[in-house]
Design a protein around this ligand. Sequence first.
Ligand SMILES: [Zn+2]
Ligand SMILES: [Zn+2]
Length: 360
Amino acid sequence: LGILEQAQALIQQIPSSVRVDHRIRNALIHMWGKVGSVDKAKRIFDKISQPDHIGWTAMINSYGLNGMGDEAVKLFYQMPKESIDHLTYICVLNACSHSGLVDVARSIFNNIQTKTEIIYTTMIDCLSRRAAFEEAQQLIEQFERDHAPAITIYMPLLSGARNQKYSKLSQEVVDRMQKLFPNMKDSLVAASILLANVYASSGDIGKATDIKIELHKSGAKKRIGVTVTDIDGKLWKFRAHDRSHAESAEIHEQVDRMSKRIIEHGHKYDASWIVRPMEPDETIETLLCGHSERLAMAAHFIRNRKPKRIQMTKNLRICGDCHEVTKLVALIYQCEIVVRDANRIHHFHLNGQCSCQDYF
Ligand SMILES: [Zn+2]
Ligand SMILES: [Zn+2]
């Protein structure tokens, strides 16, 4: 789940005699990394006199997940060569990808003997995040020369094109995906949603609407977004526009209060992240402010007036507007916020920046 308090409670139940076991320590490094407590993971890693390949890889991954690419790479180069395996390569490339370290990633990638689909995908992700689209496409071609085409490899290219609002490239990628993988409906729906988002954010509302109508007609269902968070030892679950809690009225009032302050700080709602048709009684503001992450944050603020740290887990990717809003909430309210979404961990710092440096 990635919930800090639960992790802490769990560890207290492990007798200290067992805590020194290699496997337990490796699992703890992994767990602390996942909940965003890299310093705790590192403390455990440092206690292991001779870490095995799992320990090294878990620590590299902890850094990577939390946007500390330089540390991940440093550790990778300290790692004994014979311990490096397939998973290590994925973790270090992923760390580079999430910190924008393209040159380092390229040199690691070029030295890998057996390059699998996941390794290619991770490298293409790294290039696409930095808008190196030509090189990313060349890698896809290189991959397809000696492998059967794989749909997963196209998704990072599409995400990258979306982040840059390149509608032409996005359309080309989606066309190719539809041609190569006509039966992979779930992935094609995800791709079409991204494509609609590109058109909407580059001002072509007509095309965006066409795609949404098409999706609607084909009966494609978007997965429902859920945010889970721990408040005073109790798990709270929120869907978008959730009114199922006893405190719901209060929570929505708090969202309104927070939105007002965020707007005062210059936030402008980004309607391009809205991927479904609007109902007549909805506005851009009511739609975005109902996202489950905001309800979860608001619940923390009404339960504990001045929370210092908020931790939550979202089953889908956080949208760009919620990402901006969370940065501002961390800054304005001086509260550290950690969001684990479907893709990565976002560490929103008190200075209003996120560990992902907005590559998400
Ligand atoms: Zn959102
Ligand atoms: Zn982020």
